[in-house]
Design a protein around this ligand. Structure first.
Ligand SMILES: Nc1ncnc2c1ncn2[C@@H]1O[C@H](COP(=O)(O)OP(=O)(O)OP(=O)(O)O)[C@@H](O)[C@H]1O
Ligand SMILES: [Mg+2]
Length: 215
C-alpha cells in the first residue's frame, strides 16, 4: 500500500506519525520503505539513528525530491510491500506529486491551531489529484490533541470538517504526549519505548489499523 502523510501546516506531527507507522509495519514483518520528501530530513535522521543504535527491525528510508517522485514511487512499489511518504509542512511539488500516486493521504492537524485555510487548500489539492487518481482517500487526523478531558476539541473539528467535500475525519485521535518525543529522539516507535506509555501505544495502534486495515 502507498500511504502519504502530508499537509500544508508545519509541526502537526506528520513525521512522528510517518515514522511510527513505518516502524510498526516493519515490526509486523512487512517490507516497508519510508520516503522522506522534506529537505529538513527528520524522518531520514530518525531512520539513521535507528541504524546507529542497531535497532531491529531496520526501517529502510530514502530521501526523494522533485517532480520525478511519482515515477520513482511507482517503481519502488514493485519492490516494497508498503511505502510511507512523509511530506513537509508546506505546499510543495513533492506533496502535489505524491498525491497522484498514493492510495490514502492522512493529514495531521492540531486542533488548537485549527486552520481552515490550510484545509481549504488541502481539499483543493486532493480534488485536483483525484482527477488523475480517482480512488484517493483523504483523511484528517487530529494530532497533538490535549490529554485534558475537559478540552473537547475533537467535536468542534468534526463539525468544521463537514464543509469539505474531499476530506474525512479519521476516527483515531493522537494526543500530545511526551513519550512521542522521547521515542523519536532514540529512533524508536512508541511501541518500542521503555518504559511503555500504554495510552500512546494504544492510540498509535488504532491509527495503524485505520491506515492499513487487516492487510
Ligand atoms: N503526538 C505528539 N506528542 C508530543 N509531541 C509531538 C507529537 N507529535 C509531534 N510531536 C513533536 O512536535 C514536533 C513536530 O513534530 P513532527 O516533526 O512530527 O511534525 P511535522 O508535521 O513533521 O513537522 P514539519 O511540518 O516541520 O515536517 C517534534 O518535536 C515532535 O517530537
Ligand atoms: Mg516533518
Amino acid at each position: 500500500m502507498i500511504i502519504l502523510i502530508g499537509g500544508e501546516k508545519g509541526g502537526t506531527g506528520k513525521t512522528t506519525i510517518a515514522t511510527n507507522l513505518a516502524a510498526m509495519r516493519a515490526l509486523a514483518g512487512r517490507d516497508v520503505l519510508l520516503i522522506d520528501t522534506d529537505p529538513q530530513g527528520s524522518a531520514n535522521y530518525w531512520a539513521q539513528s535507528r541504524d546507529e543504535e542497531n535497532i531491529n527491525p531496520r526501517v529502510a528510508c530514502i530521501q526523494k525530491f522533485g517532480k520525478g517522485l511519482p515515477k520513482e514511487v511507482q517503481d519502488l512499489a514493485n519492490r516494497y510491500e508498503d511505502i510511507i511518504i512523509d511530506a513537509g509542512g508546506r505546499d510543495s511539488i513533492e506533496l502535489r506529486s505524491a498525491l497522484v500516486v498514493t492510495e490514502k493521504v492522512f493529514i495531521p492537524i492540531q486542533p488548537s491551531q485549527f486552520d481552515i485555510w490550510t484545509l481549504n487548500q488541502m481539499d483543493e489539492l486532493v480534488e485536483t489529484a483525484q482527477s488523475f487518481n480517482p480512488n484517493l482517500l483523504a483523511k484528517v487526523v487530529i494530532s497533538r490533541s490535549s490529554t485534558n478531558p475537559s478540552v473537547n476539541e475533537s467535536s468542534d473539528t468534526r463539525k468544521l470538517l463537514e464543509d469539505f467535500d474531499n476530506l474525512h475525519l479519521a476516527s483515531t485521535t493522537i494526543c500530545d504526549r511526551i513519550a512521542y518525543r522521547k521515542a523519536a529522539k532514540d529512533g524508536l516507535s512508541i511501541s518500542e519505548l521503555k518504559p511503555k506509555d500504554s495510552k500512546a501505544t494504544k492510540e498509535m495502534e488504532l491509527l495503524y489499523t485505520e491506515v492499513f486495515g487487516d492487510e
